[in-house]
Design a protein around this ligand. Sequence first.
Ligand code: ADP
Ligand code: MG
Length: 394
Amino acid sequence: MSASSLDTLLAGGVRGRRVLVRSDLNVPLRNGAVADDARIRASLPTLKRLTEAGARVIVASHLGRPKGEPKPELSLAPVAAALGEALGRAAAFCGDCVGPQAADAVAKLADGEVLVLENLRFHPGETSNDADFARALAALADDYVNDAFGTAHRAHASTAGVVPLVERTAAGDLLRCEIENLQQIREPEHPFVCLLGGAKVSDKLGALEALAGTADTLCVGGAMAYTFLRALGQATGESLVEADRLEDAHRILKAAEAAGCELLLPVDHVVAEAPEPGPSRVVAEIPDGWLGVDIGPETARTYAAACEDARTIFWNGPMGIFEIEAFAGGTRAVAEGVAASSAASVVGGGDSLAAVHATGVGERITHLSTGGGASLEYVQGIELPGIAALEGKA
Ligand code: ADP
Ligand code: MG
């Protein structure tokens, strides 16, 4: 990545300067409190380095999808409190991200202090990358740091529009770390094994197609496997099949074959009568009236074994409805297979990370990406607008 680094920005001096940091504080909330602070913790290193160097740090983020208007339940206020606690110094909070209220709050900042701005997406100009909104954000700051990897695949005002409007820009430490790790997936050492699962083929079409071209082995699980099986004429019962994606599935199968990639599909399945706790059994062929809720044990062994000899592994998407304990076995076996391998391993996706943590193998995986969608786009070779904007400025 040719974007300027945080090292360079700090070397140039930040004491007394207003530095706008675009972080990814889009954390899950439950009953108004932060339910999982992983993204808060991931954003700390950059914020700490800036405060320790005496910058006046202004943190901006989105939270959820308020669709361009204030939604009290999507306020960043509880996140600001949690961030302050994690930082070990109080973070001030401002009820708007632009305008006079924000300007006043910034003016009150002393060197080394932190201010968290209200949810960027309370303004429609954020996602539309509106020029006036970008100018209003830029007016708060001297310099700008993008550390929001999870939003780097979006050309929004806070990730792209603001960049040419400030004096100096830099990629934060989290953004840099994500790119360095994901670079290994773009240029993998072989054997390169990919595991893709989750709910839909349509969510991950681009990744399936691109990885079929670079992986030595591509293991497909989750609901998306049934669309492939249906395309091949196999029985899928009541499983989640995207009938309008059968041609896409055929194209991916052909692309894999042409590239010499071994595309593996489940050979056995855990089936249930409904996607909820209840009777289930293991079958080789899905009977009428039943749906696939997890890969079967033989498939799980095969996928885990594929990881053994790999030098690079990329995994995105659970192998079954892992939220239900009885249907979590395949996902857990894969998580253990990835962790047991000596390969450089990268896992992305909110649900996949939840599965990794539930299995307790997080520490044995090389990199857990904080951005599901952004990591999928990056590994398929798409230029991320947030990074392109920084590089244009380098
Ligand atoms: P990630 O967040 O890791 O990118 P996705 O959001 O793409 O993963 O997919 C996760 C979802 O896919 C989970 O909610 C899981 O229950 C669902 N899923 C996986 N396998 C199945 C299946 N066989 N049938 C229905 N849903 C499934
Ligand atoms: Mg998900």
